[in-house]
Design a protein around this ligand. Structure first.
Ligand code: FMN
Length: 364
């Protein structure tokens, strides 16, 4: 069975849920490691006060016994502490008593750049909140939990994945990021940035060139573009390659099959080539501005300004963690596809036998 992930959950609903299927039995999960990734997602210089309130922790409802996967669906839950303040407004059932807390009045002023206007039109909602609650990047918390599970599986075959920040608001140093964030906050504006994810120890031969949906570069691009606010993806040197000559763009093959350069970012023909995987994702500035942009009241048709709701100035550090989880998930998917196995030992043995057959990495 292929690795699969289904998630559910609204930003201020009771909880976020992920169901992971297709894991081998016998994989050891470390609760602290999952919680550490959840915490990393919440950190960052430009985050809103909500992150202090949430303090995300994973709960496991199924598929795990004494820390080992059972080979059955794994059910992960991350609770929304903030739901207590939205208990009336985001009640799954018709709420009883007088409206109280947050989310009790409909939102009618859509934010440019968010899913607000597209969402209410598409689904026929009267209240923009019915669209924004699911469109919100709060749901990335549970993707990070699933990514931590994927990293545990990859660790069994010696693969590691790490996401880092490359740019925030055009700045490329830590002091520059902070300064740009402080300036944007003072101006009640927002920023975007660029993150990079690297994966080491990935064997050659994951993915395929046989069909477009098999290409690992295509899958990684889809996974990264599937994250809120990501508007560009590069594999290896990406767009810069378009400005080079072929003689300067490709990675020559040395006698030991090593490459002196890695401009391809570890993927040729949609297949991993054994070099480090390098992908980058560009994030647009966040759409919720404390000095809101022009909008229209969907109730009255009158011009107005967009919804202002507690929001991050920038979330690029968080994106690095979410992108790391997305890349880990795709690599774990491709590894399950190639090495299979119902029990973890079968998966690990298939990986070892394959490396033996291709004499990797001894042949390098
Ligand atoms: C980790 C993370 C945190 C985000 N935080 C915010 C936020 O606080 N405020 C906001 O307006 N958008 C935030 N976004 C971006 C919006 O969720 C996103 O722009 C929106 O869902 C519309 O989707 P699109 O930008 O892909 O078109 C965040 C995105 C990520 C990945």
């Amino acid at each position: 069975m292929p690795l699969d992930l289904v998630t559910a959950g609204e930003s201020h609903g009771p909880a976020l849920v992920a169901v992971v299927t297709g894991l081998p039995a016998g994989l050891r999960l470390d609760r602290d490691a999952i919680d550490a990734d959840l915490r990393r997602r919440q950190e960052g210089y430009g985050r809103s006060p909500r992150q202090k309130l949430e303090q995300d922790r994973v709960e496991v409802l199924a598929g795990l016994r004494h820390g080992l996967t059972l080979g059955s669906p794994l059910a992960l839950v991350v609770s929304n502490r903030d739901h207590a303040n939205w208990a009336w407004g985001m009640n799954p059932w018709p709420p009883e008593g007088e409206p109280k807390g947050k989310g009790t009045t409909p939102v009618t002023l859509p934010r440019p750049g968010h899913a607000d206007l597209a969402g209410v039109r598409k689904f026929g909602h009267d209240d923009v909140r019915n669209a924004l609650e699911r469109a919100s990047a709060r749901q990335t918390a549970v993707h990070v939990a699933a990514g931590a599970v994927a990293k545990a599986l990859l660790g069994e075959i010696g693969v590691s994945v790490a996401g880092t920040v490359a740019e925030i608001g055009g700045a490329t140093t830590v002091t520059g990021w902070k300064q740009a964030t402080d300036e944007a906050r003072a101006d009640r504006d927002t920023l975007g940035g660029v993150v990079e994810v690297r994966a080491d120890g990935v064997p050659p031969g994951l993915g395929s060139y046989a069909a477009k949906g098999d290409r690992l570069d295509a899958r990684l691009a889809a996974a990264l573009m599937g994250i809120q606010a990501v508007k560009g993806v590069e594999v290896g040197e990406g767009f810069a390659l378009a400005r080079k000559r072929g003689s300067e763009a490709h990675d020559e093959i040395e006698p030991d099959l090593l490459r002196a350069t890695n401009r391809a970012g570890g993927i040729e023909g949609g297949v991993t080539n054994g070099e480090r995987i390098v992908v980058r994702a560009a994030m647009k500035p966040l759409p919720t501005l404390m000095r809101p942009l022009r909008s229209v009241d969907l109730d009255t048709g009158e011009p107005g300004v967009a919804l202002v709701e507690r929001s991050d100035v920038q979330a690029v550090e968080a994106l690095a963690v979410v992108a790391e989880a997305a890349v880990a998930w795709e690599l774990a998917f491709a590894a399950r596809e190639k090495f299979g196995g119902d029990a973890l030992v079968d998966f690990v043995a298939a990986h070892a036998a394959y490396l033996e057959r291709i004499r990797w990495p001894h042949q390098r």
